[in-house]
Design a protein around this ligand. Structure first.
Ligand code: ADP
Length: 385
């Protein structure tokens, strides 16, 4: 791939389409943007959203060709049991993404829509799927297996897949660079705290546990998702409140988490409510922090010795209070935050633990678009590897 070749990264969600043009070799973001409110108003569907993205990219009247694209990289949430490596999308792969796997059917419709319109609009470029599940494909069986009847799990691919893998992998590699230490020498905990949130334990560059499971619902409390709940809750509320499967699924995904408890999914707004004395918002925050601390402690036990804990994504990179409350009082476990460093408004990769802290604590910005573009460039360079 020539140095100037660029990758268009497309991340299609159910109601938004994020795009970026990235130069993978120089790690440069040439352009990026987001088309919001798909299906609502002028952006009728994913086709219209991609068209709007193209228009933004060619604002100055330049043709699409002048963007010098070498490939289009698509973020795909679920690869199911069989797809995980970055994969060139031909008709067969395209069919698998949307139709063949029941898991893909649940999670991939927006990405499949995005891929469909992008392949039509840019038919001469390779389109590559990069899976959110990829990094966790080889989770140790003890971490990947649910303790449910084996035949059901095997028949339906019920296991823990893990998500946000592109971010966990990218950030753990950036951590090694920041510390100037070999990746394989580090035991790490990565906390990806955005709208969705997940934690991972990574030993020597290989994930040994992660908090999301069969779907991105498991684990930490999130903006609108519940994270872990007692599996008995579903049968209880379906019997008592008469809630059906679809309705309950929507509640857990879209109406729970800090939003369901505290009325806000954005932490900036949640803090404002807490400051004004809103007790529901305070409880939402406390539940969020409590769950986060349980995962941190659990992963410290899984790893035995933890060299570094890293915060990333919207909340992790920006919310000093969350970082402070997640780690307060952990000096006996070897984790000591430096309050002043933690409060610093710096944006880049930075250390926020005290110099004497046995476990280093970092903030490292994630960059999923760059990681996807680099995975695409690598596949084009080495198609067979
Ligand atoms: P996504 O999961 O959509 O990629 P992000 O990683 O961009 O999400 O995180 C978005 C969330 O980050 C917002 O909903 C908000 O809760 C949080 N956030 C963003 N900026 C700040 C900030 N300055 N302070 C606290 N929280 C922030």
């Amino acid at each position: 791939m020539a140095d100037s070749s660029r990758v268009l990264v497309v991340n299609s969600g159910s109601s938004s389409l994020k795009y970026a043009v990235v130069e993978p070799d120089s790690a440069t973001m040439v352009a990026d943007g987001v088309i919001e409110r798909i299906g609502d108003g002028p952006v009728a569907d994913h086709s219209a959203a991609l068209q709007a993205a193209f228009e933004e990219l060619t604002e100055s009247g330049r043709p699409l060709e002048s963007l010098n694209l070498a490939a289009v990289g698509h973020r795909v949430v679920h690869g199911g049991p069989n797809l995980y490596e970055p994969t060139l999308i031909d008709d067969d792969v395209f069919a698998q993404l949307g139709e063949l796997e029941p898991l893909a059917e649940l999670h991939n419709p927006p990405a499949v829509q995005g891929i469909k319109v992008a392949r039509k609009a840019l038919p001469d470029l390779p389109h590559i799927a990069v899976f959110d599940t990829a990094f966790f494909h080889d989770l140790p069986p003890a971490a990947a297996t649910y303790a449910i009847r084996r035949d059901i799990a095997q028949r339906w691919g019920v296991r823990r897949y893990g998500f946000h893998g592109t971010s966990h992998q990218y950030v753990s590699e950036e951590v090694a660079k920041f510390l100037d230490a070999p990746l394989d020498s580090l035991n790490q905990i990565v906390l990806h705290l955005g709208n969705g949130a997940s934690a991972s334990a990574i030993a020597g560059g290989r994930p040994v546990d992660t908090s999301m499971g069969l779907t991105p619902l498991e684990g930490l409390v999130m903006g609108t998702r519940s994270g872990d709940i007692d599996p008995g809750i579903f049968s209880y509320v379906s019997r008592t409140a008469g809630l059906g499967v679809e309705e309950f699924d929507d509640i857990l995904n879209d109406e729970s988490g800090v939003f369901g408890l505290g009325g806000e999914k954005d932490f900036r707004a949640l803090h404002k409510r807490i400051e004004s004395g809103d007790e529901a918002a305070k409880l939402a925050y406390d539940v969020y922090i409590h769950r986060l601390r349980k995962y941190i402690g659990g992963y410290m036990a899984v790893l035995g010795n933890t060299d570094v804990i890293t915060f990333t994504a919207g909340v992790g990179e920006n919310d000093a209070a969350v970082r402070r409350d997640a780690l307060s009082g952990l000096t006996p476990l070897g984790v000591e935050l430096d309050e002043r460093r933690n409060e610093s408004p710096d944006k880049g990769a930075r250390r926020i633990s005290s110099d004497g802290s046995p476990t280093t604590v970092l903030v490292v910005p994630t960059n999923e678009e760059l990681a996807i573009a680099q995975a695409c460039a690598e596949l084009i360079r080495n198609p067979g590897s």
